[in-house]
Design a protein around this ligand. Structure first.
Ligand SMILES: [Zn+2]
Ligand SMILES: [Zn+2]
Length: 204
């Protein structure tokens, strides 16, 4: 499955993508909404503020081009690392800050092929996980798939740790475990401004 930024500079592939190896999810949390605001990428949010992501283990990522253009954003010292393409500003993927945790969630907008939702569903199945639905906009969205998806993610993390596969992660240096670029951490004020926008969009 091909992934990449909007302008095509940054590209990679998820090897062996199938409904067994990847998980489609929607996250409604305030941080995902705030980062969509930051990137000016409202198009990644659905009408309820949900972000569609494709989750897998980083060892499946095969870098193709432009990785020098990858940047990293954090809304605060804690929380997810939000990877994006500096060339066109397109958000790409989220990881946790600890490279030992083999987990990556690609934004569905970064999936290049198949771009058609039906084709995507054929390849990797439907959305199986809705999370952080308490921050959804406009309607009450039910959380689902929590246990199953968490099991799948934890299995990936555990296998990554046991086999050392976690070291194959293009977002972190395999020797030092440091992120490939130092993350830009927003100030509390910057993040608060984003949250205000999110709350305004939620009609709160
Ligand atoms: Zn989120
Ligand atoms: Zn680009």
């Amino acid at each position: 499955m091909k992934i990449g930024c909007k302008c095509g500079n940054v590209s990679a592939e998820i090897r062996g993508a199938s409904s067994l190896t990847v998980n489609r999810a929607r996250c409604y949390c305030r941080d995902c909404q705030a980062s969509a605001e930051y990137f000016g990428a409202e198009d990644i949010l659905d009408e309820h503020g949900g972000t569609q992501v494709v989750q897998t283990v980083p060892s499946r990522i095969e870098v193709k081009s432009g990785w020098g253009q990858v940047g990293c954003l954090m809304l605060s010292e804690r929380g997810l690392m939000r990877w994006y393409a500096k060339c066109c500003g397109a958000p790409l993927a989220n990881t946790v800050a600890d490279p030992k945790v083999s987990f990556v969630g690609f934004l569905q907008t970064a999936i290049r092929v198949p771009e058609n939702v039906l084709e995507l569903e054929k390849l990797i199945g439907p959305c199986r996980f809705r999370v952080n639905t308490e921050a959804a906009r406009g309607a009450k969205i039910e959380r689902f798939g929590y246990r199953r998806s968490l099991m799948k993610i934890m299995t990936g993390v555990l296998v990554g740790k046991l086999t050392g596969a976690y070291k194959k992660n293009p977002f972190f240096d395999s020797e030092t475990g440091k992120p490939i670029v130092s993350p830009k951490v927003l100030s509390e004020q910057e993040t608060d401004t984003l949250y205000e926008k999110v709350d305004a969009a939620c009609g709160m």
